[in-house]
Design a protein around this ligand. Structure first.
Ligand SMILES: [Zn+2]
Length: 516
């Protein structure tokens, strides 16, 4: 009905525009004739009077038609206004956050997708169809943000201090989040991540704690909030120590959740079978696996979780808000692991595709895809060890990798030998390290040089020696202040463009949903 009204209103405007030159004073009429109106056999030349009578008759008819349309326009004008308003209001918001996904993570995934998988990223499709902006993310007390402050700024629109979750600088005053606002309006809500569901990004939307490490409280608050769909890892914060969890209060939140009406799923199969009511999916005691290590029967992909989430939340007639996070892009980049970073970015892109397909069928949805910060200072460098020719990223080695560096290094034990390292790197990546390079890793030279920027055992030394082989370099293990991308489509996305601060993401979502 709304679409019909919009079409009708547009038609009135279009028809009126076509008629105005015809009914204009004589001079303009001549100009219109000079431009070729009234004839399908080419423009009528000035001074041509053969069709004068016919023209007069037509003018009269058109005048009557115009009067009729004008009257209809006056009658329908209030409705047109309403229709325009309905059009810009979003019913649903889907916010996808690639944690740690800076321009190079995006670029590496784009190259891999196009050249190895022979398909473009869904994110590039969204860039073409929708709108794109650069995003900056400094906080109340830092130039380089971490995930808690970044997510808090997106969730509340206010600058946050480090490690607090949607809490004022005093550490006591909660700041209302977009999800609390939509909940009051009876919208359904969902939080999904491949990291822990109690980790900073999802937590900032539904919980308030002075320090993000208080994950026991976050788990409790997320359930009390009544988030309709909660999915991710870190089941340990829902279970008491007696059941292998980390809760010191002895509570079993899985049992409590079931009593609250949640279906609890623990595997990909259980997720598939889950009904479309409230859902708590916890697929790992710790974070969910890196995409490169994931066993598909045990843990669902981010895309599978996204699909189920949208299926459940869209049952709510009043609309929904969903935050879906590719949480482990960040973790792979912290470990300077290029293959795992790229695979998790691709898994995130697949989830973006699920959201885009949903939006195609449900156009009253504001879709926003962005990142909270860049991680690692990832650089797609040019030269190999052999030549000064620009060659770029080693897609063959990235494609060959079948395990994360974390899994690889985990097998080395406490004192790996250079021989062991050489053999493993050859087997995993098809790369022949020199003796010196293998010794650099065995000595963990990079960590020794700069332990605050390179804190993980062996991983950064490995990342460093692999740099000219993979043609991926890392400036640090930390987050960086690199500007980010933000892509969006749907009602409210017209405000996306230029350079935005991440606090403005909140403003855009709030305006799209007409929240006060
Ligand atoms: Zn991080």
């Amino acid at each position: 009905m709304t679409d019909l009204t919009i079409k009708f209103c547009s038609q009135i405007v279009l028809t009126s525009r076509r008629l105005i030159p015809i009914l204009d004073p004589p001079n303009q009429g001549i100009r219109a004739r000079q431009k070729g109106f009234f004839t399908s056999q080419g423009p009528i030349q000035p001074g041509f009077h053969g069709h004068h009578r016919k023209e007069e008759k037509m003018k009269n008819r058109l005048f009557r038609l115009f009067t009729l349309l004008f009257a209809a326009a006056v009658l329908f004008l209030p409705l047109c206004g309403q229709a325009a308003q309905t059009r810009i209001q979003a019913k649903n918001v889907i916010l996808l956050i690639g944690d740690g996904m800076g321009p190079s993570q995006f670029g590496a995934a784009w190259i891999y997708s196009n050249r190895v998988l022979s398909r473009d990223l869904r994110m590039s499709e969204l860039m073409k169809k929708g709108r794109t902006a650069y995003l900056v993310n400094d906080t109340a007390d830092a130039i380089v943000t971490e995930s808690a402050a970044a997510a808090g700024q997106i969730a509340t629109g206010q600058r946050m201090t480090a490690r607090a979750l949607s809490m004022a600088a005093d550490g006591k005053t909660p700041i209302k989040t977009i999800m609390e606002m939509v909940k009051e309006k009876k919208l359904a809500t969902g939080l999904v991540t491949t990291s822990g569901i109690t980790d900073a990004t999802p937590a900032a939307f539904a919980a308030h704690v002075a320090h993000r490490s208080n994950e026991e409280s976050v788990a409790d608050q997320e359930l009390k909030f009544g988030v309709d769909v909660l999915m991710g890892g870190r089941k340990q914060f829902f279970l008491p120590e007696s059941a292998g969890g980390k809760r010191k209060d002895g509570r079993n939140l899985l049992e409590e959740a079931q009593k609250m009406g949640y279906t609890v799923a623990g595997t990909a199969e259980e997720l598939k079978a889950a009904p479309t009511g409230k859902l708590l999916g916890l697929f790992n005691m710790g974070n969910m696996s890196f995409e490169i290590d994931r066993a598909a029967t045990q843990e669902p992909s981010l895309a599978e979780m996204a699909r189920k989430t949208l299926q459940i939340l869209s049952k709510n007639k009043g609309g929904f808000f969903a935050m879906i996070e590719g949480g482990r892009i960040d973790h792979a980049a912290h470990r300077n692991d290029a293959p795992a970073t790229i695979r998790d970015t691709l898994a995130f892109d697949e989830a973006v595709g699920v959201a885009m397909d949903f939006v195609n069928k449900n156009p009253a949805t504001l879709l926003i895809v962005t990142a909270d910060h860049e991680t690692g200072g990832m650089a797609l460098i040019g030269h190999s060890k052999e030549s000064k020719e620009y060659i770029g990223i080693n897609l063959k080695a990235i494609e060959k990798a079948t395990a994360s560096f974390e899994v690889m290094v985990g097998k080395w034990g406490k004192k790996p030998t250079p021989e062991m390292i050489k053999e493993d790197v050859k087997q995993s990546l098809g790369i022949d390290l020199t003796d010196d390079e293998a010794r650099t890793v065995a000595d963990d030279a990079i960590k020794k040089l700069d332990p605050y920027n390179y804190g993980y055992n062996y991983l950064h030394s490995l990342g460093f020696v692999l740099r000219p082989y993979l043609r991926v370099g890392w400036g640090s293990q930390t987050h960086t202040a690199s500007p980010l991308f933000l892509f969006g489509s749907g009602p409210g996305s017209e405000k996306i463009g230029g350079l935005l601060h991440n606090t403005e993401v909140f403003t855009i979502m709030k305006a799209a949903l007409r929240l006060k």
